[in-house]
Design a protein around this ligand. Structure first.
Ligand SMILES: [Zn+2]
Length: 122
């Protein structure tokens, strides 16, 4: 995996990163990236790897890829996943909802009764 650093993306100043789907090179917009918390920076990298590995432009699939790589590896990883998606998705409500369901699914898999109930009642 190769990362190319840019001072900023003139055409999309608030986008922290993007991936060249041809070669998997991840381009980082330093100006936007450096504003993100440490966990979210790592999330962004995994999300971009997800786009390339899964050969998809779907944001929720890239989010789920990042979750699969990062969930339960750090304290508060599930909370940090939600926070990261909320920070990056802006007005994309479906993407935010998807992140909540994905985290609940991880929790249900761990036997969390409330998460199991919430998913059942959707
Ligand atoms: Zn993306």
């Amino acid at each position: 995996m190769t990362i190319k650093w840019f001072d900023f993306f003139p055409e999309n100043p608030s986008n922290p990163a993007r991936t060249d789907m041809q070669n998997g090179i991840i381009e980082i917009n330093r100006q936007a990236f450096n504003l993100l918390p440490e966990y979210t920076r790592r999330f962004v990298i995994q999300h971009e790897i997800g786009h390339y590995v899964l050969k998809t432009l779907d944001e929720t699939k890239a989010d789920d890829y990042a979750l699969s790589k990062m969930a339960l590896k750090d304290p508060y990883s599930l909370r940090n996943h939600i926070d990261s998606v909320y920070m990056l998705a802006r007005d994309d409500v479906k993407r935010k909802q998807h992140a909540l369901i994905s985290v609940l699914t991880v929790m249900a898999g761990l036997g969390d009764k409330e998460a199991i109930e919430l998913l059942k009642n959707r």
